[in-house]
Design a protein around this ligand. Structure first.
Ligand code: NAG
Length: 430
C-alpha cells in the first residue's frame, strides 16, 4: 500500500506512527492551531482525494489496455517463434478461431509439416470453454501460440501484422449454430460480419495475405436441387446463421474486387470428429445416450428423415490445407489494388448424405448402448431437410477427395469422446 493510500485510508492505524514523532507533532500542532490554516489543510486533503479518485478511474478505464493479454517484448517473441516457418517454401498463417474444432485441427496439420502458425481465439462461452482451453493446451504443446482476442479488435490484428508478415490467413472464427440465432441474433452479426475488421487489416497489410475462410453449406438454404453445386442459387437462406455466412461471401467478394485480396471461401458440410463441437447433434446424442437420457430426432415434412452430408474432420483439414496451398497471391498492397486477384468458392462435403436415424444407429453400435428416441416433427426454425455436396470443383482444383465414411469417422469420434470424458467401457471412471 502506498503512503498516499495509507494517509487517506489508514487500514492499520498504529502503523502510521512516525519515528520523528516529536518534531512532526510540534509541526502539526502549530499548523492546526489557527482555523484558517486548518481550512487550507482541509482544502488540500479534498484536492488530494479528488485527484486520487480520478487517477483510480483513469486506471480502471485504461485497464483494458494496461492488463491486455497481449503486447510487450516477451509476447512478440512468442508470436514470432510460433509463426516461424520451418520448411522451404512454407507459409506463415494466422488462424482465427484456432481453439475451435476445425481451427485446432488445421493449426496442428500446418505446424506438423513446418508452416508457421499463430492462433487467435476469443474463447467465448457459446459452448463449454473448458473444451477450447483443452484444445489450446494441445496446440501449445506442439509449439503453437494462441493469442486471446477478438477478430473485431483492429488494434490487435494490426499489431499481429506488424510483428509477422503473414502470407496467409485461415479465417475460421465464427458464431456457429442455426437455432441459437433466435436466442442471440447479435452474436452472429458481431462474429460473422466481424469479418470486415479482419479484411480491413488484411487489405492494408503490406504484403497482403491470401485469405481462406469458412463459409457454410447452409447458404444453399431452401434449394431443392441436389447435389448442391457452387454455382447454384444461394439467395434463400433459411436462418440468420446462413444469412451472415452468405453476407461473408459477398463482403469478401467486394474486398477481392476493390483491394485485390486473394479469397477462397469454403462451404463446409456438417463437419464432425474428435474434439468436435458439443452443440452439434452427433455430439449431444453421444452424451445423452451415455447418460441414458432421451434424444430428440427431428423429422421433415411427410415423415421424411432429415439427412446430412457428414464430413469427417481429417477430410475437411485436407480441403483447408489444399486451399491454402493453391491460393493465388493477393495483388494489392497498402490498401491499393494492382490487378485482378483470385476469388474462389468450394464445397467441402463428403457427397454421401446419411439420415439422422442412421447416424443414431451407428452411434448405438459404437457405444454399445441403446438410444431413447424421441421423434418429433421439425419446427421451421432454420434447419434444412437435407444437404448433399457436389465436390467435382474442389476435386479438380484442390485434389480434394474425402476418404472417411460416417461409420469409420464416428468410431474415431466415440473413441475420443470416451477417453476425453473419462469413460471406460460405458462406465464412468472419474
Ligand atoms: C457438379 O459441379 C460441376 C461444376 O463444378 C458441374 O459441371 C456438374 O454439372 C455438377 N454436377 C451435378 C450432378 O450437379
Amino acid at each position: 500500500m502506498s503512503l498516499l493510500e495509507e494517509e487517506l485510508f489508514p487500514s492499520t492505524p498504529g502503523k502510521f506512527k512516525i519515528d520523528r514523532g516529536h518534531t512532526m507533532s510540534r509541526h502539526f500542532h502549530r499548523c492546526f492551531a489557527s482555523t484558517s490554516t486548518m481550512f487550507l489543510w482541509a482544502l488540500f486533503l479534498i484536492a488530494l482525494t479528488a485527484s486520487y479518485l480520478s487517477f483510480q478511474s483513469f486506471i480502471d478505464s485504461g485497464s483494458k489496455y494496461f492488463s491486455a493479454s497481449w503486447g510487450g517484448i516477451q509476447w512478440e517473441k512468442q508470436v514470432r517463434n510460433s509463426a516461424q516457418i520451418q520448411r522451404s517454401g512454407g507459409m506463415s498463417v494466422l488462424v482465427t478461431g484456432a481453439a475451435g474444432f476445425v481451427g485446432t485441427h488445421v493449426s496442428l496439420a500446418l505446424k506438423k509439416r513446418g508452416d508457421g502458425v499463430i492462433g487467435l481465439d476469443n474463447f467465448n462461452n457459446y459452448y463449454d470453454p473448458s473444451l477450447k482451453r483443452a484444445r489450446k493446451s494441445l496446440l501449445n504443446k506442439r509449439g503453437i501460440y494462441i493469442v486471446e482476442g477478438d477478430v473485431n479488435d483492429a488494434r490487435l490484428l494490426t499489431k499481429l501484422f506488424d510483428v509477422v508478415a503473414f502470407t496467409h490467413v485461415m479465417h475460421l472464427a465464427a458464431q456457429a449454430g442455426v437455432r441459437y440465432a433466435m436466442k442471440n441474433p447479435h452474436s452472429y452479426v458481431h462474429s460473422n460480419i466481424g469479418l470486415v475488421t479482419l479484411l480491413e487489416v488484411c487489405k492494408s497489410a503490406n504484403p497482403q495475405p491470401a485469405i481462406v475462410w469458412a463459409s457454410s453449406s447452409s447458404v444453399y438454404g431452401l434449394n431443392e436441387k441436389v447435389p448442391f453445386s457452387e454455382s447454384d442459387r444461394t439467395d434463400q437462406p433459411a436462418s440468420l446463421y446462413a444469412a451472415t455466412k452468405k453476407a461473408g461471401e459477398e463482403i469478401t467478394h467486394t474486398y477481392n474486387h476493390i483491394y485485390g485480396l486473394s479469397i477462397t471461401g469454403l462451404r463446409f458440410f456438417t463437419v464432425y470428429g474428435p474434439w468436435g463441437r458439443p452443440d452439434m447433434a452427433y455430439f449431444s446424442f453421444t452424451r445423452n445416450i451415455l447418460q441414458g437420457k432421451p434424444i430428440t430426432i427431428y423429422r421433415g415434412k411427410n415423415g421424411v428423415d432429415l439427412a446430412r452430408d457428414f464430413t469427417f474432420i481429417d477430410d475437411i483439414v485436407k480441403g483447408c490445407v489444399g486451399s491454402l496451398d493453391t491460393a493465388g497471391k493477393s495483388t494489392g498492397s497498402g490498401g491499393k489494388k494492382r490487378g485482378p486477384a483470385q476469388y474462389r468458392i468450394f464445397n467441402l462435403g463428403n457427397t454421401s448424405p446419411v439420415t439422422v436415424p442412421t447416424l443414431v444407429s451407428i452411434l448405438e453400435k459404437h457405444l454399445k448402448m441403446k438410444a431413447k428416441r424421441n421423434i418429433v416433427d421439425m419446427p421451421g426454425n432454420g434447419d434444412v431437410p437435407f444437404t448433399h455436396a457436389n465436390i467435382s470443383l474442389p476435386r479438380r482444383e484442390l485434389g480434394y477427395k474425402p476418404t472417411t465414411d460416417l461409420q469409420t469417422g464416428l468410431k474415431k469420434f466415440v473413441k475420443w469422446y470416451l477417453a476425453y470424458y473419462g469413460y471406460n467401457r460405458g462406465k464412468v471412471v472419474n
